[in-house]
Design a protein around this ligand. Structure first.
Ligand code: 13P
Length: 286
């Protein structure tokens, strides 16, 4: 099963109540390692790119990497653009072949966000792509997007009206979750997920996955969080793995880059596989 529309991946996960790991990658090594973990675990996976990563690597090179690495892949995978406030970047990624985008207009008043999200959904549909939407910014700055201030949550009727009117495929509500490292166990408003899903059965994206407990994942996934976002855990694993290897290399006076890549790849694969297990998506590939 090759690259599929993101909607297909999250709809199945939502129906069967497991979570699909949606992991932000930062370069070729991490993209390959997360895909390899998905193949090894027979799990569907969503590869996410921030706007910063799109800019640092370049749209064409990033997509060429994706195309090569997923050619003939045996598990369902999709490429998703994470938090993107810029319409031009959304258009370029959709034209290039991304399977899904998160149009992040959460800084705009809901009515304007809704108006523009309708346009993004129409644009995405013309490429067979999916759209994730949000009406409150998720706390924390990630790759230069967002704010550390916790946003006020909109009412249930406002959220439902946004979901129905825009026709988005995935909804990302603020539930007390945050990007980055939690200083204390987050207090999550799981009931909000249940209220939204009961009124409008739509797969929910759980942002700020790094640092949540197994109990929180299990509960939220059972309530309808079908897409679980992980970014900080990959960044930490990647950098700590490099650091540990380089410290050893210095001690031993051995400088062999391919061995570094092999060690870091193994650690990133283990991190990704661990999340797939915790989200219940192992063996769910079709
Ligand atoms: P973390 O950085 O907390 O893992 O959150 C990832 C995320 O939600 C990406 O949008």
């Amino acid at each position: 099963m090759p690259v599929v529309p993101l909607k297909e991946i999250v709809d199945r996960a939502f129906a069967e109540r497991y979570g699909v790991a949606a992991i932000n990658v930062v370069n070729d090594l991490t993209m390959e390692a997360v895909l390899a973990a998905a193949v090894e675990q027979r799990a569907p996976v969503i590869i996410q790119t921030s706007v910063k990563t799109v800019r640092s690597i370049g749209v064409d090179l990033l997509f060429a990497m994706w195309r090569e690495m997923t050619a003939g892949i045996e598990v369902p995978v999709a490429l998703h653009l994470d938090h993107c406030p810029e319409r031009e970047v959304i258009s370029v990624c959709l034209q290039t072949g991304w399977n899904s985008v998160l149009f992040d207009a959460s800084r705009l008043p809901v009515a304007e966000n809704q108006r523009q999200t309708i346009e993004v959904v129409a644009e995405a549909r013309s490429f067979g792509a999916s759209v994730e939407g949000e009406i409150e910014s998720i706390t924390g700055v990630e790759d230069g997007v967002g704010t550390d201030e916790e946003a006020d949550r909109e009412s249930l009727p406002v959220a439902l009206e946004f979901i129905r009117t825009t026709g988005i495929d995935v909804f990302a509500p603020a539930i007390g979750n945050a990007h980055g490292v939690y200083q204390a166990e987050p207090k999550l408003d799981a009931q909000r997920v249940s209220d939204i899903v009961a009124a409008q059965p739509i797969p929910i994206a759980l942002h700020g996955g790094t640092g949540m407990t197994d109990a929180q994942f299990t509960d939220l996934i059972a309530r309808g969080c079908a897409k679980v976002n992980i970014s900080t855990a990959l960044k930490i694993t990647y950098m700590k793995s490099n650091l540990a290897f380089l410290r050893q290399a210095e001690e031993r006076g051995k400088w062999d880059p391919p061995s570094l890549f092999t060690a870091v790849r193994a650690d990133v694969m283990a991190m990704a596989a661990d999340h797939m297990r915790r989200f219940g998506s192992v063996g769910k590939a079709w």
